[in-house]
Design a protein around this ligand. Sequence first.
Ligand code: 5AD
Ligand code: FES
Length: 345
Amino acid sequence: MDISKKLVETHSLSKEECLELFSLFDVPESMEYIKEEAVKIRKKYYGTKVFTRGLIEFTNYCKNNCYYCGIRRDNRNIERYRLTEKEILDCCANGEKLGFRTFVLQGGEDPWYTEERIADIVRKIKKAHPDCAITLSVGEKSKETYQTWKKAGADRYLLRHETANEEHYHMLHPDSMYLSNRKKCLYELKELGYQVGAGFMVGSPGQTWEHLAEDLVFLQELQPQMVGIGPFIPHHDTRFANEKAGSVDLTLKLLSVLRLLLPKVLLPATTALGTLDPLGREKGLSAGANVVMPNLSPVENRKQYELYDNKICTGDEAAKCKNCLSARVRSAGYELVVDRGDYIG
Ligand code: 5AD
Ligand code: FES
């Protein structure tokens, strides 16, 4: 059987099969077929709905030193900030008025935000917005901490695996970070009943086709409810400042492949995609993505959460961001919905 047909019919590929599929990425008819099938299956499960998540970047302090990331610990050239509990709650209240039913609390790995402080915030958000889902994205913690947050009311957790290849992981992260622990965290989060999001950067320094095939195999093993992928974009204050950015085109192809490998997955058209191409997010939706994540953080802090250069949406109020995205979603033939947008099991 032709490998693209196997993908469409069985929704599974081995590492070797992924590599065979990648060799078709230059064949326009094959890619057209994959994209069409991805859109078809996305329509089957989600119709024309696009879910939206309000992103709150609540701290840019980070104890880690990922080589690609603008808010890494050793970057002395950024001004650090932490939102107060009240500021976070204000972002959520504003977000709810704008129609958001999911809040994503994302931050660096900031030890000031202890288990208890985060649990407190989660409880307060849940109390004020019982109909809303809370997603946490604050890095690698112990199973006990994840459990405390789950009990406090957290529903989902985003932790990109970044690359499923051990050696490549070490090219991107210092010795204090291990792929094995990252994977362990992802499995524990799943066990605890979180809806879990993994993912990786496309075109990160040193990434090979083999690595990408391993990413796809790992994601089939993990079966996450969400997968975040976006092109790597260099940040001027990192060791990768002069590396090439990832390809928008390849990211779009991989979005279609992911839609077919994990048919019901929640797949965002990411900010990084919109940063490299002004129509990147629209193209992402047309390739099989079904989620957008506009920024709800206070405008004063947006620029300080610069993971990569030229990040978009750093100057606009939440309301403006939402309207802009809503228009973009419509222009791609979809509709932004007011909904928690849970995984459909
Ligand atoms: N380019 C693109 N994406 C990046 N991220 C971090 N730094 C960069 C960069 N330079 C992504 C990582 C992380 C997510 C929050 O942002 O994949 O998990
Ligand atoms: Fe903060 Fe990587 S630099 S998690």
